[in-house]
Design a protein around this ligand. Structure first.
Ligand code: 13P
Ligand code: SF4
Length: 305
């Protein structure tokens, strides 16, 4: 089958089986094309609440599908590839956070959404990369324990110096691997390009950037800018999507290594199989777990607008 034929079959099955396909922006172009909505983690969380369909296929990683299930527990939620996890989400467990809470009893625990459902049960509020600064600013408590991404936490801290933000060592292995030296080299190779990076990059890299923001933030910035050249400091799929959106501009990957192996697991045929009711992984969560964990997602949506 050609890509077009597979896509047409997906469109037909979506209609027949009342399916909504959500795709994170790191997915391949042919998957984004069959999705009802694509975007960053925050946009997808909000859409998860409002999608009218009975079944949602989440093309992304496990914590994203779990977020959809928590917000729409009556829907059938399928993760597009059973092995697509986010290593950052597995870095801290409930016992670790419980110990931290004992050490810092008067701190509000802010969890990046890239965490497991279990971990969310012991946190106060979730944030995504695009909503973190806005949400932390609004918290009454000035003492914040930020988990698990110390790079995103450091970025938030810089924007809100009046808050006392405690960071814990953790983060995205893909973004955190980018060094200051690589960023310097990319800038030297492309002296006319603006550097746009995701806040999961190390502070030394973010400090060199012309713009720091979520995947959607980076895409909006590049599309709306009058500039013609950009170095993209996030998953390389974003540079590819931007090249299609803006054929008259030039996009350079900050590093050849900026590839998330988990986001790359899902293929268009996996999506077709999910639409047929085979393949993927149905997300099943205990109702008590959902009740405890979704509080911090509801708090995020209430504060994030
Ligand atoms: P966004 O908040 O930009 O969607 O980031 C999700 C992610 O996993 C980045 O690595
Ligand atoms: Fe997780 Fe990093 Fe992949 Fe995002 S890019 S899903 S944070 S491993």
């Amino acid at each position: 089958m050609t890509i077009k034929e597979v896509q047409n079959e997906i469109f037909r099955l979506k209609k027949e089986n009342d399916i909504c396909i959500l795709a994170h922006s790191y997915q391949a172009r042919e998957i984004i094309e069959v999705a009802d909505f694509s975007g960053d983690s925050y946009a997808l969380s909000k859409l998860a609440k409002t999608a009218p369909n009975r079944t949602v296929i989440m093309c992304g990683v496990r914590f994203m599908a779990e977020t959809v299930k928590m917000l729409s527990p009556d829907k059938k939620v399928i993760l597009s590839h059973p092995d697509a996890g986010c290593p950052m989400a597995e870095q801290m467990d409930v016992d670790f956070i419980s110990q931290m809470k004992e050490m810092y009893p008067d701190y509000t625990v802010v969890a990046y959404i890239n965490t497991t459902t279990a971990l969310k049960t012991v946190c106060d509020v979730c944030v995504t990369s695009s909503s973190a600064v806005k949400i932390v600013k609004q918290l009454e408590n000035n003492n914040i324990l930020f988990v698990p991404d110390c790079n995103l936490g450091a970025f938030v801290q810089k924007q809100i110096p009046e808050k006392n933000i405690k960071l814990v060592q953790g983060g995205c292995p893909t973004h955190a691997a980018i060094t200051e030296k690589e960023a310097q080299k990319a800038k030297a190779d492309h002296p006319n390009a603006l550097l746009l990076v995701h806040p999961e990059c190390r502070p030394a890299v973010s400090e060199m950037a012309d713009y720091v923001g979520s995947t959607s933030g980076i895409m909006d910035y590049a599309v709306n800018s009058d500039q013609k050249e950009f170095i993209i400091g996030t998953e390389n799929s974003i540079a590819e999507h931007l090249q299609y959106l803006c054929p008259d501009k030039r996009f350079y990957a900050l590093s050849k290594e900026l590839i998330c192996p988990n986001m790359k697991l899902t293929t268009l045929v996996d999506v077709l199989n999910c639409c047929k009711g085979v393949g993927g992984d149905e997300i099943l969560l205990e109702p008590e777990m959902i009740e405890k964990a979704r509080k911090c997602i509801d708090a995020m949506i209430a504060l994030g607008g």
